[in-house]
Each structure stands twice: as C-alpha cells, then as structure tokens.
Design a protein around this ligand. Structure first.
Ligand code: F6P
Length: 556
C-alpha cells in the first residue's frame, strides 16, 4: 500500500513539522515564497500556476516527487501510451491521448498490435465533412430547409464535455447555428428545449458510448416521436445522427449507418470529448477551432510526458490534492473559475475527478488505505462571493480552493475584466492571510465617524469596536491554488482539460487506483430497473425495504 512506503512516511513527518504554521507566517518568513512556489508553462502561451498559498514549503514538493517515483508514474505513462489494458477491471486500453495525436508526428499508437491512428483520422475527416455540410447549408432537412438548431442528446461523458466546452468557447461560435444539450431523464429537459424549435430545421445528435443508457434512449425516442409526428418516418435520416461505439445498436434504433460517427472502447466516457463525442462542439465553433483544441490538449500531453515532476503542471496539481486530502485531512475542494465562460467546468470536473477517483479499492483488490478524491464543487466568481464565500472565510472549516483566471477577457467589455481579476486575487489573499482581532479592532477604531446630517444630527451611531471586532475576525490559513491562463481560446481550453485529465491519471497511479472504471454507478441503476415495473403497476411492490415500498405506494 502507498501508505506503507518510505516516501509516505517522509511526507507524514514533514506534515507534522508543518502543523500549526500559519500561511501568513510562511509568507513573512520567505520574501521569495511566490517565486519559489510558482511554475510557468511558456509553451502554452505563458501559463502560471501559483502554489504559494497552499500549506506547503519548498521541502514539500520534492517529497511528493519522491512518491511519484515510488509509484512509478512514468512507468504507468509508458503503459498507457503503449496501449496496455491499464483499465484492468474492464480489460481496456486508455488512449484518449491518441485522439489528439494527429499531425504531430506522434507516430502509430497501437491497441492489440493494431495502429488506431488511421481510424481516428477517418472519423475526424468525417466530422469535418459533416460540419462543413451543416455550416454551408449543403445538408438539408427533409423539407429542403437548412439546419438551424442542433440538439445533442447524451448524458455524463456524452454530454458534460461538449456542453462545458460549447459554453467556454461562446466567443468563438459560428453564426446562425444554435447548439442545445439535453441530458436529464426528467421530461422537462427535452420538452423545454424543443418548445422553441422547429422540426424542419432541427437535427438531433444521439450521443452514447454504449447506446443503452436509459436517459439517452428515452430522450432519443421522445425526440424521434416529436420529429416524426411533424415530418413522418422518412425524415429520420435527415434529422438524426449518432455517435457511439455500438454501431449495431445505432442501426437498430433506425439511424442510417452513414450518419453514425464511431469511437472505440479504449476511449473512456469522461475522456471522450476529443472523439466524435465532440461533434456538437465542432458544429458550434467550426471544425478548425475544434482541431485547435485538440492541438492544445496535445501540447499538454507532451508537457506531461516529458517535464520533471516538480515542473509538471498535472503532477503538481495531483501532489497538492493528495497532500491536502491525506496529510491535511481536507475533505472538499472548491473550484472557482473567475470566468463566466468556464461556468460549467466544476460540473465537468465532478465527473472527471469523482467518477475516476471516488474509490477505495486499489488495483490489487485491497483497501487504498487513505482518503482519496475529495468532494469537488464550485461556481464561477464573482457569483459565489455573494453566496457561499461567507463560509469559506468564517465557517470554521478548512478546504482547498482552486482559482482560475484569464489574463485577457474573452468578452472584452470596458471596465469588467480588471474588476474581475481584482476580486479573484483579493479572495485568495483574504483566505490566506485572514484578519486578527487586533487588526479588526484597529480598523474599526480608525474608521472615520459619519458626517453630521444637514439638521446637525449624527447618522447611525458608530458601533463600539470591542462589540463588533470579534465578528470581523478572519482566521485565514485557508489554502488555495491560482491558475492564471492567457485568453480563453480553443488551444488554451484543450490544454486546460488535458491538464485535469493527466492530474487524474497521476492521482490514480499515486493511489494505485484504476481511474478508468466506474462500478460505483451500477448498483443504483440495477435497483431502478427492478423498481420500474412496480412504479408502472406491472409488478407487485415486494422484496424491497419499507421506506422504498412506502414511497412507491405514495405515488400510486
Ligand atoms: O455515469 C455512468 C456512465 O457510464 C458514464 O461513465 C458515462 O459517461 C455515462 O454513463 C454515459 O454513458 P453512455 O455514453 O454509454 O450513454
């Protein structure tokens, strides 16, 4: 177990030496702390990762790098790139990096001895052709009208990636085409989306790796009913395309195989944005920009594969997560992008990180022996400041915050971006340094008393400093990371997502976990299948606990 290794024991000792030290003191003791604990990545147009507000010192990262070597992360990277079945519980290779390897002299990438690159290239070519046909109006609906609305029906990895990236790249959208996303089994999702659309000019993308997922199949059937009610059965071939690894099921659903875009079982659902699953995004921004996003991800791949651990951005993010979860005992991490366009990033990363690493059984079927993935949540700034930041500052819990900001605005409205950055940097400073009672009192005492009003009477009586000071104390010492990006564009976004993918990979290797299966989502689905006939009144309500039976009864 990783917890039994000397590297882990060294970290444990180091954590106990650091206990009780306040971040404010660490900053005071070292004027070069920022320089020492900041990493830049110039290949990606000057990225900056500031770890100086984490509860670490210059000694911490070398100790974490020792763990990287102990866990043989480079060996795991080599296995992934060689197409070894490192998703061992499903017997699958993990090769999303192959999806962005084209045109970069990456050479062949083999699974079971076969180079997958020609297949990858062929699907990309088909996607480009389809995007061009839709954008040019060459592809027409059944009545001869061009397509104005695309509705992607998918869930989890077949929804969150393209949905998040479509919002993130809103500044890059092609004109005259709207892309919508429907995921939820709740009919409200599909019904409200379709309410504003016209069947004649709407095209559906049914995106499902397995083509069996209940939510997607139900939404696809309802979408099909909506379309055929207006245009007849023959219209399906002009208004439905599919993305799947199960092309036989696509055909059984009635979608023309010529309108199907394949991907492969070596692409995990939550890592599939780079595959044909990215089609709605490519339609939203145009294929060239989609290719630029792939190139950005490839640049991050190269960085991850070659940089030493203490300069390796994915490794560093992984180190901080592991340090906070296992040595500081932090149970949650807040992802706080100061970018409206990255508003869906927390949701996307919830699947990427929590579905990958929310596990306690290691690769040998034994307990990992330590806490793994923290609970990840978040909201874009500054909105969150007016909702939950009160708790971050004074709620008495320690958690790690991850701020993301862009140097340049993607929507450069005068007066906005400087204020956004000021708020972002202010929050991490406040969380780090806090405010003592003496400082709070001094601040209150030096406050200018209110001016007399025109009637000569003072306004509100200034509060007594000793009464108010305790409420204005901020404990601080709340750790945070800040990732400063250049302008949000397809290349940067691609690299950003790949950064988190490789962080997940690294943590999987450090914890000796399979980050690529998801058995934990099966049990609930299994019970739902058993309950459905009872709820439909087709089977007796029996063989289940009294609470669940009572809830079903209450719906009859
Ligand atoms: O939530 C479980 C899961 O299997 C995810 O891993 C996957 O992204 C999602 O369901 C959707 O699966 P599919 O693409 O097969 O419909």
């Amino acid at each position: 177990m990783v917890v039994d290794t000397p590297a882990w024991q060294h970290l444990k000792r180091h954590a106990s030496d650091l206990r009780g030290q306040h971040l404010r003191d660490l900053f005071a003791a070292d004027p070069n702390r920022f320089q020492r604990l900041t990493v830049r990545w110039s290949q990606g147009n000057d990225w900056l990762l500031d770890l100086s507000k984490q509860r670490i010192t210059a000694e911490t990262l070398p100790l974490l790098a020792e763990l990287w070597r102990t866990a043989d992360v480079p060996g795991w990277i080599a296995k992934m790139r060689a197409g070894a079945p490192i998703n061992h519980t499903e017997g699958r290779a993990v090769l999303h990096v192959a999806l962005r390897n084209m045109g970069h002299d990456g050479g062949p990438i083999k699974v079971d001895g076969r180079d997958v690159m020609p297949d990858v290239q062929a699907v990309l070519t088909k996607m480009r052709g389809f995007c061009d046909a839709i954008h040019s109006g060459h592809w027409r609906g059944a009545t001869g009208e061009p397509i104005c609305d695309i509705v992607n029906i998918g869930i989890g990895g077949s929804d969150l990636g393209p949905r998040m990236a479509t919002q993130a790249l809103a500044a890059q959208h092609v004109p005259h085409l709207r892309v919508h996303y429907v995921a939820n089994l709740d009919g409200a999702d599909l019904a409200t989306t379709l309410a504003g659309l016209t069947p004649r000019t709407t095209l559906f993308i049914i995106a499902s790796k397995t083509f069996t997922t209940q939510e997607t199949m139900q939404n696809a059937a309802s979408a099909r009913a909506w379309l055929t009610a207006a245009l007849g059965e023959a219209a399906v071939s002009r208004h439905f395309v599919a993305i799947s690894t199960a092309l036989d099921r696509v055909a059984a659903f009635g979608i023309d195989p010529a309108n199907a875009f394949a991907f492969w079982d070596w692409v995990g659902g939550r890592f599939s944005l780079w595959s044909a699953i990215g089609l709605p995004l490519a339609l939203a921004i145009g294929f060239d920009k989609f290719a630029a996003m792939l190139a950005g991800a490839h640049a991050m791949d190269e960085h991850f594969f070659s940089a030493p651990p203490q300069e390796n951005l994915p490794a560093l993010l992984a180190f901080i997560d592991l340090w906070n979860a296992d040595f500081l005992g932090l149970q949650t991490r807040a992802l706080l992008p100061y970018s409206q366009s990255l508003g869906l990033l927390p949701r996307y990363l919830q699947q990427l990180e929590m579905e990958s690493l929310g596990k306690q059984v290691d690769r040998d079927g034994k307990s990992v022996g330590c806490p793994t993935q923290p609970i990840l949540w978040g909201e874009p700034g500054t909105n969150g400041q007016h909702a939950f930041y009160q708790l971050l500052h004074q709620g008495g819990r320690t958690l790690s915050c991850e701020f993301i900001a862009c140097r340049e605005a993607d929507f450069p409205l005068a007066g906005h971006h400087e204020k956004l950055l000021a708020n972002c940097f202010a929050q991490s400073a406040a969380l780090m340094q806090g405010k003592t009672e003496a400082e709070a009192r001094a601040e209150l005492e030096s406050a200018v008393p209110p001016e007399p009003t025109s009637s000569g009477v003072h306004g509100a009586v200034p509060p007594d400093p000793s009464f108010l000071a305790p409420y204005k104390v901020f404990p601080g010492n709340q750790p945070s990371t800040t990732l400063l990006l250049p302008k949000l564009d397809p290349h940067t976004l691609g690299a950003l997502i790949a950064l988190y993918e490789h962080k997940v990979f690294t943590l999987g290797a450090l914890w000796n976990l399979n980050a690529f299966d998801q058995w934990g989502v099966e049990y609930g689905k299994q019970i739902a299948n058993a309950l459905l006939p009872m709820i439909e009144g087709k089977a007796p309500v029996a063989g289940i606990d009294s609470s669940t039976a009572g809830l079903i009864d209450a719906c009859q």
